[in-house]
Design a protein around this ligand. Structure first.
Ligand code: C5P
Length: 251
C-alpha cells in the first residue's frame, strides 16, 4: 500500500440516494473525474448488492460503508461476502473490539479489500461520549480506538478532520485516514456546523476525503469534482514539498 495517491484516488463520492437509477445518473455525470464511490446504508438498503456489482463491473472502486459491528464470526462472514462483491474498502466499528477487528482483517486477507475502522462518529460530542460511560475527550477515544484497529491489522480509520493531526502525531504516517464532512472554501455548508476544506484535510494528513452533496447536488457535478480534485492536488503537492515523508510513506 502506498500513500502516493493521485487526487482522484483520494476523492470518494458518497452515493447517498435511494435508487440505482439515481446513483447511476451521478456516476455517469461524473465520468472520469471520480473513481471511488461510497455505497452506504441508504443505497444498500434500497438496492442491495446489485448496485455494488454494477459499479465494480463498470470499473469503479466501491467503499462499502455499512459500519459492521457484531460478533467476530458474523462480521467475518459479511466481510467474505464483500470480498466476493469486489469491494475495495469497507467500514467496521472500531468499538466492536480487537477480536472483531482481527476477524474482519483475517477474512479480507485473500483479497486487496481494505478494512477501515470507524472511530467516533462525527455526530458524537464529549457529552454523548461521556454519557456512554467513556470519560474524557473525544480525541482521546479516537486515538484509543484507532490504536486498537491498527494493531488488529486494519488498513486505516475513518475520523473527523479535526482529529487527523493528533492521529498522525500519536500513531504515525503508515495508515489510511478517511475524512467525511469536508466542504470547499466558500461552499454551502448545509447541515455541517464545523467544516474543514479538502486542502486542510489533506494537509493535516488525511489520505482520503468523502464528499457527498457538494458534488452530487451540484448543477455540474463533474465540474464540482474537478474543482475538489484540484484543491486536493494543490494541497498534496504542498505537503510533499514540506513533509516528503508524510506525503510518500508506504504502508
Ligand atoms: O455531507 P455530505 O453529503 O458530504 O456527506 C457525505 C457522507 O459523509 C455521508 O454519507 C455521511 O454519512 C458522511 N458524513 C459524516 N460526518 C459528517 C458529515 C457527513 O460521516 N459530519
Amino acid at each position: 500500500m502506498s500513500t502516493n495517491f493521485t487526487s482522484d484516488q483520494r476523492l470518494i463520492v458518497a452515493l447517498d440516494v435511494s435508487s440505482a437509477a439515481a446513483a447511476q445518473k451521478i456516476v455517469s455525470a461524473l465520468g472520469d473525474s471520480v473513481h471511488i464511490y461510497k455505497v452506504g446504508m441508504q443505497l444498500y438498503t434500497a438496492e442491495g448488492p446489485q448496485i455494488v456489482r454494477e459499479l465494480v463491473g463498470s470499473g469503479r472502486q466501491v467503499f462499502l460503508d455499512l459500519k459492521y459491528h457484531d460478533i467476530p464470526n458474523t462480521v467475518a462472514s459479511a466481510v467474505r461476502e464483500a470480498v466476493q462483491l469486489g469491494v475495495s474498502m469497507l467500514t467496521v466499528h472500531a468499538s466492536g473490539g480487537s477480536k472483531m477487528l482481527l476477524s474482519a482483517v483475517e477474512a479480507s486477507r485473500v483479497s486487496s479489500l481494505q478494512i477501515l475502522a470507524v472511530t467516533v462518529l462525527t455526530s458524537i460530542d464529549e457529552n454523548d461520549l461521556n454519557s456512554t460511560g467513556v470519560p474524557g475527550a473525544v480525541v482521546d477515544q479516537v486515538i484509543r480506538l484507532a490504536s486498537i484497529a491498527l494493531h488488529a491489522g486494519c488498513a486505516g480509520v475513518v475520523s473527523s478532520a479535526r482529529e487527523v493531526k493528533a492521529l498522525r502525531e500519536k500513531l504515525g504516517d503508515n495508515f489510511l485516514i478517511v475524512n467525511p464532512g469536508v466542504r470547499s472554501a466558500g461552499a454551502d455548508h448545509g447541515d455541517q456546523a464545523r467544516v474543514v476544506t479538502p486542502a486542510e484535510a489533506i494537509q493535516a494528513g488525511a489520505t482520503h476525503i468523502v464528499v457527498g452533496r457538494p458534488i452530487t447536488a451540484a448543477k455540474d457535478p463533474a465540474a464540482a469534482a474537478r474543482a475538489i480534485n484540484q484543491e486536493i492536488r494543490t494541497a498534496a503537492d504542498e505537503l510533499s514539498r514540506n513533509s516528503p515523508v508524510r506525503a510518500s510513506s508506504a504502508h
